[in-house]
Design a protein. Structure first.
Length: 509
């Protein structure tokens, strides 16, 4: 018997536990689930902090979960625990996380919205991989509305074109409406206005009218599926659009008491439940889909797969391709030179692979280098002069599927240093970074500078070359007859960082 694994999610409206066992065919059998409500979101979005009373309740719940996990032979140290948006936005999150660790032994990792999107994508693709439907084949929207935010992914022909964390959460809306002493009709107008405005922005990435597949996640949608949908398999429900809309139109006329009796939800959660349904319906109304798919999966399943390292090569390759698709969409949005970006990416990889034994970097750094190569000139949209600085700004303030906040920081810094005479060590934003991050930026920037120099003309003439090592030099030997004067000049300007970091003199012949 394999050792069971456990994950805990500290969310806006509750703390949720999942225990599962990996079976012989690399799938998880769910062994145990538990969920306890706690109003972290209401605290944070009302006062900005997690109150003492709420913290004490969190500690009580987590200690109870700790005992529950011990019955499965799982310790607190072996449990993966994450805090999502409400914990992330609390101004006292560091003391709260520390208190949880001291009192319970659980180490809480606070994740950002794009990490939530990544885990959602992994959970959904794993859930649907044996079904007839697939996120890899159609224009799709993957959507989850929770207490603090709405997590959305947009996929066109199976390629990721957008991943967004929208500040549209049921608890946030409820607090705003309550402050205005508004009604549910006010909540509907608030949701309609927000979603319509958001649609106007997102439609630049993908036409919602072309969406063929709508995948909705979350406990509220599972309830809708239970009452208005039909099971497709053990972990997938399908709801006809007409049934979905009719059901929601009926439910929003219920009294709170009727909602409690019918859906077995807490009285205090009725408003957020209704707001959630209104928001899902409004998002669906932007599309022409005739059915809604509701997988019985969540961020917690995504955590299980990633923590266990169960993704096969195909899954990892698919996930990486979605990262690059998202980066390419961002480049396209700013009218970037896609052929030059692809050439620089290919050359960067050739250099990275040739130097792999000397780099001393994690495998994931190869992905960061590719994203940096795709986006290194995105700042040209603002101004050619100092475009590296503008590239840094755009990347820092954009959402790229699959990249965490730290990843985007690294990519932004790499692109910033892909040109110019300024040394990274002299940059005031570079100095305070951890040594491991500084070394990633230095090594990947050095490679990107050389790769960019190899296409100074932007004509992609020098794609066929070999990398030859000597004791103190690296020769880049180009096949064929080419005028290398521009590239040699560029390499002289840009090769200094490479020579300082790796100790090799670069020769182009």
């Amino acid at each position: 018997m394999n050792q069971p694994r456990a994950v805990v999610e500290i969310g806006s409206t509750g703390i949720r536990l999942l225990v599962a066992e990996l079976n012989s065919d690399n799938k998880f059998n769910i062994l145990d689930r538990a969920e306890q409500p706690v109003n972290i979101g209401r605290d944070v979005f009302t006062n900005g902090v997690i109150s003492r009373e709420t913290l004490l309740l969190c500690l009580k719940i987590l200690l109870r979960f700790k005992e529950q996990l011990l019955s499965w032979g799982i310790t607190a140290a072996e449990t993966v625990v994450v805090g999502t948006s409400a914990v992330r936005e609390a101004s006292n999150r560091d003391p709260v996380v520390d208190r949880i660790n001291v009192k319970t032994g659980f180490t809480v990792r606070v994740i950002d919205g794009l990490e939530e999107n990544r885990l959602m994508y992994i959970a959904v693709t794993e859930c649907l991989k044996d079904e007839e439907v697939s996120v890899r084949r159609r224009d799709s929207i993957i959507l989850e509305i929770n207490g603090a935010s709405t997590e959305m992914m947009l996929m066109e022909n199976g390629r990721m074109v957008g991943a967004h964390t929208l500040r549209l959460g049921t608890v946030i809306i409820e607090q705003n409406i309550r402050a205005l002493t508004g009604s549910m009709s006010d909540a509907r107008r608030f949701v309609d206005e927000f979603i319509n405005n958001t649609h106007n922005v997102l439609s630049a990435e993908m036409s919602f009218a072309n969406v063929k597949q709508f995948i909705a996640l979350g406990n509220d949608m599972k309830l809708v599926a239970l009452f208005a949908g039909k099971p497709v398999s053990s972990f997938l429900w399908k709801i006809a659009r007409n049934d979905f809309e009719r059901f929601i139109d009926d439910v929003i006329r219920y009294t709170p008491e009727e909602c409690v009796a019918k859906f077995k939800i807490n009285y205090n959660d009725v408003n957020t439940f209704l707001i959630s349904l209104i928001a899902y319906k409004q998002f669906v109304s932007l599309t022409q889909v005739q059915e809604i798919l509701v997988p019985e999966t969540s961020l917690r399943e995504g955590l299980l797969f990633t923590s266990a390292g169960t993704e096969n090569d195909a899954v990892r390759s698919d996930f990486e391709s979605q990262i690059f698709a998202s980066a390419s969409t961002l480049l396209r949005k700013y009218n970037g030179d896609e052929k030059h970006a692809e050439f620089v990416r290919d050359v960067s990889l050739k250099l990275y692979d040739a130097l792999e034994k000397e780099l001393g970097l994690e495998k994931y750094c190869r992905t960061l280098l590719q994203v940096s190569a795709i986006l290194h000139d995105v700042g040209m949209f603002i101004r050619a002069e100092d475009h590296n600085i503008h590239s840094k700004y755009i990347i820092s303030h954009s959402e790229i599927f699959g990249l965490s906040h730290e990843d985007r920081l690294i990519v932004a810094m790499i692109t910033c240093f892909h040109k110019g005479a300024k040394r990274p060590q002299d940059d005031p934003e570079f100095k305070p970074l951890a040594r491991s991050i500084r070394m990633k930026i230095l090594k990947l920037s050095a490679i990107l500078r050389v790769a960019d120099a190899m296409d100074r003309s932007h004509h992609q003439n020098l794609s066929d070359f070999t990398v030859n090592f000597a004791q103190d030099s690296i020769t880049l030997r180009v096949k064929g007859h080419h005028n290398l004067s521009l590239e040699k000049l560029a390499l002289k300007e840009k090769g200094d960082l490479f020579e300082n970091v790796f100790g090799y003199k670069l020769v182009l012949v």
